[in-house]
Unconditional design. Structure first.
Length: 235
């Protein structure tokens, strides 16, 4: 009969260790598969030892969210001395790269738990600073305040959507036939799509093609008469 591994004494466990290990488990197995018993096994402690520090799974996830928020938003509002289009698009490119490269951040920010992250005091403060800095850059680029606010929402939606598609593709979560249905729908809504033969295969380059095209279109439309940057039904 196999012996179970000895458990670590409760006093040897601290909150930071729990958050570190929980984050690693989410990064490797996904938020949906994360559980307190699995965490206890990884830490070689009883589940009650974890509940001594965190009263529930949600309380632990909120602690992870505080750390993720602080790390994720660090420097996101800076412009690195860039100019022109690169200065405007830097934040969205950095947002994309950070979620692309960090499975923990990606799983947190594209899940329903993102609302918990963004509604926290730290999340609200950091996100507000990022949005304000980005909208100001767009105003400096020639958009008025309402146009810049709408443009930020549009480019943010594009960036988040691109991350979700990449995440699903990497996770292999497209069911049989779904990928083809999405492709057909894309060609129907954009007939020229099937004629594009020079699009890059690299996911970073493809993301950037779409980002630059969206920004160029927003700038061009802002100079057209009767421009409505965000129709009411999309607001």
């Amino acid at each position: 009969m196999a012996r179970s591994r000895p458990r670590a004494p409760r006093g040897s466990l601290d909150s930071e260790q729990i958050v570190d290990t929980a984050g690693a488990l989410i990064a490797s197995g996904g938020l949906d598969n994360f559980s307190m018993p699995a965490l206890a096994r990884q830490l070689e402690v009883g589940v009650s030892s974890i509940y001594w520090h965190f009263r529930s799974r949600d309380e632990l996830l909120r602690a992870i969210a505080v750390r993720v928020t602080s790390e994720f938003y660090e420097g996101l509002e800076d412009d690195d001395g860039l100019e022109g289009e690169d200065r405007v698009l830097r934040q969205f490119r950095l947002y994309w790269r950070r979620l692309r490269d960090n499975p923990l951040w990606r799983d947190i920010f594209i899940s329903s738990f993102a609302a918990t992250v963004l509604s926290s005091p730290e999340g609200t403060r950091r996100a507000g600073a990022v949005v304000q800095a980005q909208v100001e850059r767009m105003v400096e680029a020639g958009l008025d305040l309402s146009e810049a606010t709408a443009a930020y929402r549009i480019l943010s939606a594009y960036t988040r959507g691109s991350v979700v598609v990449m995440h699903r593709d990497r996770a292999g979560s497209l069911v049989e036939g779904e990928e083809r249905r999405l492709s057909v729908a894309d060609e129907m809504t954009n007939p020229t799509r099937s004629a594009w033969t020079d699009l890059p295969d690299d996911e970073d380059a493809l993301f950037d093609v779409g980002l630059r095209a969206l920004w160029a279109g927003l700038v061009a439309q802002s100079r057209a008469p009767h421009y409505d940057p965000l129709p009411e039904q999309l607001g």
